[in-house]
Design a protein around this ligand. Structure first.
Ligand code: ADP
Ligand code: MG
Length: 622
């Protein structure tokens, strides 16, 4: 399935690298790719036809790990060794989950309540990150088996409400599984992408994503503007999902058969059978009107309308959450353009019906609701792979963007993590009289000196008509459009001379490089602040010398011999210290010269001088 090329030089086969989309779910996980021929996203299928891998991990006595359907068999019979719902524990401390600790049938360590939770299986301890990595590793292995090509890069989805710790934990789990996680994407964003929403430029849409999975319910309201996904609000219930529907069916059958709570807790295998049959019945009733079966020699039966009566209060709960999300977003239901159904439990006809009615429109259910998030992750992966050339989804700038100013300093115009599209402008001026051009050098990075950052582009704004230093008003503007393309424009406002250049800010930077640049900026923060202060004091000193010398030449007549001598000696003093790396002494001598020259300036009132003394200068054009 993967594209294969032949290297003409060596004659060897070259396989194009595959980036997969992964939905790491609370209940089920799966992998999707863009089909190389149809160019449509598809979920990867094993021989058994299953796309979903239950997010369950089982450890046998000798420590052998199984994941998926195999592990699911042990859920009830070996609760201590069978880990489910690990996603709920990602990035959490014991304090965060202690109210729900009875939900987990395996052992969660509670001695250190502040730090991240650990899970004990047998005599070993595991972090949720490690356990999640087992699921991801299983998905990776499956994908490689199906695609017959190594899979190293992935996009992984997370709920929109995941905080930084949870997102980082997901990334780390990917890394541990041997995956290069190119992007963490919000599940509702992925679902929208799977339906092609947000893929058109100039598109503005408000979308509700209703996600009812196995154990959780999320409603997210998104605003899509020119390819930017903004989460307006999220709401939900982290303990409401398909499992609760199953529970209501089990209760119903217990009454039907007379089997009691005590019997079930004594005979775990019967409970296990009940659970499996309840889920089977629920799914069957999504398409049929009647389910009949047997549990431990007892006949069990349930009709669709009986099930709907049981399900109704649960669905009502989700509707309350939807209303809250809408009011948080400040929207009324008729302002929603599209409603997307996500999660296996939205296959229940009652759910679809009630939600269509609530939003007053037909809901999107054309794609499999339990696959749609992974499909969207594959769309995102394809965009990152550069296969979708007209579209580069970039929601924030990973690193700061700025230009070089005097002394090689980085002047940041767009700070990192700015939303895109974005537009900023700042005014600069010239340093020398009659300067006809200035050079604009564009850099990316967090360090104070441009030489430690990455140069993206450089151009000259030339043809500035002769003016005294400090008079030209050069406006430099950065515009990042929805495609992530940066356009830098420089315009001299008095004369109207302008020049611009296009840059792709993220081009060629991997996540690791971005990370390294950020780490470097933290590591060198103190030294950078010192360097910046030194450079700034030198620049200030040089400017003052320059303007004072010019002033003296021009206004010799209005100054006394004494004044000229004192000023010259202050200039000489400053010139000596300027090369030292002691910013304080430079500052002191600058102040001394300033003290002397300030009254002259006031006397002659030269606009150009005061202009040049304030405001930033960009270095000269070559
Ligand atoms: P998650 O996002 O929590 O990992 P999924 O989206 O895969 O989970 O949803 C799993 C839930 O969907 C399970 O509770 C399962 O029983 C339920 N489900 C799957 N198919 C159907 C169906 N046909 N009818 C009703 N519920 C279904
Ligand atoms: Mg899900």
């Amino acid at each position: 399935m993967a594209k294969i090329g032949i290297n003409i030089a060596t004659g060897s086969l070259q396989q194009q690298e595959m980036i997969v989309g992964i939905d790491l779910g609370t209940t089920n996980s799966l992998v999707a790719i863009i089909h190389p021929e149809s160019k449509k996203p598809v979920a990867l299928k094993e021989h058994d036809g299953n796309t979903l891998v239950p997010s369950i991990i089982h450890f046998d006595e000798s420590g052998i790990i199984s994941v998926g359907e195999l592990a699911k068999k042990f859920l009830i019979t070996e609760p201590q060794n069978t880990i489910f719902s690990i996603k709920r524990l990602l990035g959490k401390s014991y304090n965060d989950i202690k109210k729900r600790s009875t939900f987990f049938t395996y052992k969660i360590i509670d001695d250190n309540t502040e730090s991240l939770v650990k899970i004990q299986v047998g005599s070993k301890f595991y972090s949720p990150i490690e356990l999640s990595s087992y699921i991801l590793k299983e998905l990776k292995t499956r994908a490689e088996h199906i695609l017959k090509t190594p899979v190293k890069k992935a996009v992984i989805t997370v709920p929109a409400y995941f905080n930084d710790a949870q997102r980082q934990a997901t990334r780390d789990a990917g890394k541990l599984a041997g995956l290069d996680v190119l992007r963490i994407v919000n599940e509702p964003t992925a679902a929208s992408l799977a339906y092609g929403l947000g893929m058109k430029k100039d598109e503005i849409k408000t979308v509700a994503v209703y996600d009812l999975g196995g154990g959780t319910f999320d409603i997210s309201i998104l605003r899509i503007t020119n390819g930017i996904f903004e989460v307006l609000s999220t709401n939900g219930d982290t303990y409401l999902g398909g499992d609760d529907f199953d529970q209501t069916i089990i209760k119903f059958w217990m009454q039907q058969t007379g089997i009691t709570e005590e019997e079930l807790s004594m005979h775990k295998n019967i409970l296990q059978e009940f659970r499996l049959k309840a889920e089977e019945a629920k799914k069957h009733l999504s398409l049929n009107n009647l389910y009949e079966g047997k549990v431990a020699n007892d006949n069990i039966i349930i009709t669709r309308s009986e099930f709907e009566k049981l399900a109704e209060p649960l669905v009502e709960k989700t509707i309350t959450c939807c209303k809250n999300a809408m009011s948080d977003a400040g929207l009324s239901f008729n302002e929603i353009d599209e409603v997307i159904m996500v999660g296996g439990s939205t296959r229940i006809p009652l759910v679809k019906e009630k939600i269509s009615k609530l939003f007053g429109r037909k809901v999107h259910d054309e794609l499999n609701p339990d696959e749609v998030v992974a499909l969207g992750a594959a769309v995102q992966a394809d965009i990152l792979a550069g296969n979708n050339k007209d579209f580069l989804l970039l929601d924030i700038t990973p690193l700061s963007l700025g230009i070089e100013t005097m002394g090689g300093l980085m002047d940041v115009l767009v700070p990192r993590n700015s939303k895109i599209p974005s537009k900023v402008g700042r005014q600069y001026t010239t340093q020398k009289d009659g300067q006809s051009g200035i050079r604009i050098s564009v850099f990316q990075g967090e360090r104070d000196l441009v030489r430690d950052n990455r140069k993206l582009a450089e151009f000259n704004l030339s043809g500035i008509p002769p003016m005294p230093a400090g008079l030209p008003k050069v406006e430099v503007s950065f515009l990042i459009n929805a495609d992530g393309i940066l356009t830098v424009k420089a315009k001299e406002l008095r004369s109207g001379v302008e020049q611009s250049i296009e840059v792709k800010p993220q081009y060629g930077l991997t996540d690791e490089e971005v990370e390294k640049m950020l780490m470097d900026s933290i590591k060198h923060a103190i030294e950078d602040i010192a360097t910046r202060a030194l450079v700034e004091s030198r620049t200030e000193a040089m400017q003052l010398i320059d303007t004072t010398e010019k002033f003296m030449q021009k206004n010799k007549a209005s100054l006394t011999e004494d004044e000229l001598r004192i000023t010259q000696s202050a200039i000489d003093d400053l010139k000596i210290v300027i090369q030292s790396s002691d910013k304080d002494i430079i500052h002191q001598k600058t102040e001394a010269l300033n003290e002397i020259s300030r009254p002259y300036a006031e006397r002659v009132l030269d606009v150009a001088i005061s202009k040049a003394m304030s405001g930033k200068n960009i270095k000269d054009a070559i």
